[in-house]
Design a protein around this ligand. Structure first.
Ligand SMILES: [Zn+2]
Length: 371
C-alpha cells in the first residue's frame, strides 16, 4: 500500500515545494531587478559617455547635460490666460504646480479640473490671498481650509491637505505652527508681475535656474506665461526636467515636513526616480505611492513565476507519464503472461468476486522497470 501511494505523494510534495519556493524566487528576481536598476543608474554616466563617443572611460558626468530637476510654480490663478498656459505645458509634457487662490476657483472651475486631469499639482495660496502674518491661528486655518475645499470640489476629487504658498511669502511662528502643511516658497523670482515683459521673464528664469530650483511665475499675465514657456524651451534644451513640487522633493530624497519652509530642493538627496505614471494624474493616488511602486515591481513578477511553474509542471507531467505509462507495458506483459496461463486474454482475475487493481494482479510487486 505504501509503495502504491509513495510516488503520487512524492509528486504532490514536489508540487507543493515548487509553489512554496516560486514566490521566493520571484522575490529574488524582483530584488535583482531593483539592484539592476540601481546599477543602471550608476552606469548611466558611462552610458552617456558612450553615447557621446567617449568610450575611453572618461567622466560620464562631464558629458551629461548640465540640467537637473526643477519645479515651475504658478501663483494667483486661475485666470483667463491659464488655458493657453495649459496648452503649452501639454505640448512640452511639463508638469507644473499651481498655487491657487480659493476665491477664484468658482469663476474657473473647468481650469482647475483640467489642471488636475493633466497631472499638474494643485496647491493652496489661501482663500483670499490674505497676508497670513496678520491673522491668528483660526484665521489662518480658515483661509487654508476654505481654499482646499473649493479646489477639491472643482477638481472632482478629495485632494486633502495641499502644499501651501503663503501670499507674499510671509510667515511667522503662528503661521508655521498652524498651517499643518509644508510652506513652499521659491528660489527663482523673475518678478513677472512687476515687469510684464516676456523677454525679461524668460532671461531672468534662465539666468537663475539651477538644479533643484523652484521658479515663481503668475499665470494671470500673458507676458508671464509666454516668458515662462520660452524659458522652458531653453532649459529643456539644456537638459532640465520640469516636475511638480512634490515630485521634486521626493526625487531629491528630501522629506517635506508640515510647518517647515522650503525655498528650493538642494541636490544633496537621493533621486528616487519618477513617480509611477498613473499616479502623476491624481494627488489622491499619490497618497498610495508605495502601492503604486509595488504595482510597478509586480509587473516583473509573473514572468519568473510563470516560467518556473511551466518548468515544474513539465517535470511533473514527465514524472506522471513515466510513472503510469512506463509501468503499464510491464503490467500488461506480466498480466498477459498470467492470462496466457488462464487461456483467456481478456480475463481479469477476481478476488471475492471483485476485479482487483492492476497492481495487485501483479502480485503486489512494484514496477520492475523503475530502478
Ligand atoms: Zn500670490
Amino acid at each position: 500500500m505504501k509503495k502504491k501511494i509513495i510516488f503520487p505523494l512524492l509528486i504532490l510534495v514536489l508540487l507543493s515545494l515548487a509553489f512554496a519556493v516560486s514566490p521566493l524566487l520571484a522575490t529574488d528576481e524582483k530584488n535583482d531587478s531593483g539592484a539592476a536598476d540601481t546599477a543602471g543608474d550608476t552606469a548611466s554616466g558611462s552610458g552617456a559617455a558612450d553615447a557621446a563617443g567617449d568610450t575611453a572611460g572618461g567622466s560620464g558626468a562631464a558629458t551629461e547635460k548640465s540640467g537637473g530637476l526643477v519645479a515651475l510654480t504658478f501663483d494667483d490663478g486661475p485666470g483667463n490666460a491659464t488655458n493657453e498656459l495649459l496648452d503649452e505645458l501639454k505640448k512640452r509634457d511639463v508638469k507644473a504646480t499651481f498655487f491657487i487662490v480659493g476665491s477664484r476657483v468658482e469663476e474657473y472651475p473647468d481650469m482647475i479640473k483640467r489642471e488636475y486631469k493633466e497631472g499638474h499639482e494643485l496647491a493652496c495660496h489661501t482663500w483670499s490671498h490674505a497676508k497670513l502674518t496678520t491673522l491668528d491661528a483660526a484665521g489662518i486655518q480658515s483661509e487654508i481650509s476654505q481654499a482646499e475645499t473649493a479646489i477639491s470640489e472643482a477638481a472632482g476629487a478629495d485632494l486633502g491637505k495641499m502644499l501651501l504658498r503663503p501670499p507674499g511669502g510671509s510667515y511667522n511662528d503662528t503661521v508655521k505652527s498652524s498651517v499643518g502643511t509644508p510652506l513652499i516658497l521659491w528660489s527663482v523670482d523673475p518678478k513677472d508681475w512687476k515687469y510684464r515683459d516676456t523677454e525679461t521673464v524668460k532671461d531672468s528664469i534662465i539666468a537663475n535656474t539651477v538644479d533643484g530650483s523652484i521658479i515663481l511665475v503668475h499665470d494671470l499675465y500673458p507676458t508671464s506665461i509666454q516668458g515662462a514657456i520660452a524659458a522652458i524651451d531653453e532649459l529643456q534644451a539644456q537638459g532640465y526636467t520640469f516636475v511638480t513640487v512634490s515630485e521634486l522633493f521626493r526625487r531629491k530624497g528630501i522629506p517635506l515636513t508640515d510647518g517647515e519652509v522650503y525655498k528650493e530642493a538642494p541636490n544633496d538627496g537621493v533621486d528616487l526616480g519618477p513617480l509611477p505614471k498613473e499616479e502623476e494624474s491624481t494627488k489622491a493616488e499619490d497618497k498610495q505611492n508605495s502601492n503604486g511602486e509595488k504595482d510597478t515591481d509586480q509587473a516583473l513578477f509573473p514572468w519568473g513565476l510563470l516560467i518556473f511553474c511551466i518548468i515544474v509542471l513539465l517535470i511533473d507531467a514527465g514524472g506522471l507519464l513515466w510513472l503510469f505509462w512506463g509501468c503499464k507495458p510491464k503490467w500488461k506483459e506480466t498480466n498477459n503472461e498470467k492470462n496466457d496461463s488462464h487461456d483467456d486474454p481478456h480475463h481479469r482475475p477476481a478476488v471475492n468476486g471483485r476485479r482487483t487493481p492492476w497492481r495487485r494482479r501483479n502480485n503486489g510487486s512494484k514496477c520492475n522497470n523503475r530502478q
